[in-house]
Design a protein around this ligand. Structure first.
Ligand code: AP5
Ligand code: MG
Length: 228
């Protein structure tokens, strides 16, 4: 990302569809999708010391410490910036999750000369979140997300996109889900007020079919990305 790039945040509780939607809309908007959770799972899949440290937090459903999270996020941004200079900017999924991360993001954006143009907030009721997380399946190869009944693959347990096997996330256990949702309502949701004050928040009803949510996100985000 060079200076003057556009940044969009997608925010919502666990299971609201951030990852599902970001993977679809980011390429259509010329943005790179950066999921902090996927970044952590990528490192956890290897055999490094860092992977073990991350797993200690992620598998229990706790937040990874802010300094480590922020360092990993910006390293990834810089790596992508070097590889894909034509991108318009980034769609951040899973960041920021608390006030300290929101402040760190503000500082980093102003240092880089980049601009936050919208915060897309996916709104989904609690009981629907629990249903979605209990049936979620992820592809080991390409990371595409499915649901055993709500969004099933054509040929289970294999991915429609790349044919690799699907798995259940290590933090989709009832105990970890409860802890993750509590952290969301205690620490992440309050961050929205900061962005609402400056008119950046767009509420999207995420409790509808995937295609309808995608359509509304694209319609809402295109003008924000195009505005000077
Ligand atoms: P992360 O991977 O970001 O997980 P999360 O925030 O818990 O959010 P989810 O991925 O569970 O939900 P989602 O909204 O992406 O839902 P999805 O699209 O998959 O983070 C994991 C962990 O990493 C954290 O717990 C923490 O430990 C650590 N971490 C991450 N960021 C951090 C940070 N900034 N600081 C510190 N630590 C951090 O959809 C869910 C299911 O619903 C799927 O099965 C899908 O098929 C289905 N679905 C989606 N949309 C629909 C729809 N419209 N209709 C029907 N089904 C749908
Ligand atoms: Mg996700």
């Amino acid at each position: 990302m060079a200076g003057d790039d556009r940044v969009v945040i997608i925010i919502g509780p666990q299971g609201s569809g951030k990852g599902t939607q970001a993977a679809i809309v980011a390429p259509q908007l010329g943005l790179v999708h950066i999921s902090v959770g996927d970044l952590f799972r990528e490192v956890m899949a290897g055999d490094s010391e860092l992977g073990k440290i991350l797993a200690g937090y992620v598998n229990r459903g706790e937040l990874v410490p802010d300094d480590l999270t922020i360092r990993m996020l910006f390293e990834r941004l810089d790596q992508i910036k070097a590889q894909q200079p034509t991108l318009r900017g980034a769609l951040l999924d899973g960041f920021p999750r608390n006030q300290a991360q929101a402040e760190a993001l503000d500082r980093a954006l102003s240092e880089r000369g980049d601009r936050l143009v919208a915060v897309a907030h996916l709104v989904v009721p609690y009981d629907v979140l629990l249903q979605r997380l209990s049936g979620r399946l992820i592809c080991k190869g390409c990371g595409t997300t499915y649901h055993a009944t709500l969004n099933p693959p054509k040929n289970p347990p294999f991915c429609d996109v790349c044919g690799n096997e699907l798995y259940q996330r290590s933090d989709d256990t009832p105990e970890a889900v409860e802890r993750r949702l509590k952290i969301y309502y205690d620490q992440t949701e309050p961050v929205l007020a900061r962005y609402a004050k400056v008119g950046l928040v767009i509420d999207i009803d995420g409790n509808r079919p995937i295609d309808d949510v995608t359509e509304e996100l694209l319609t809402a985000l295109r003008p924000r990305l195009e505005a000077r």
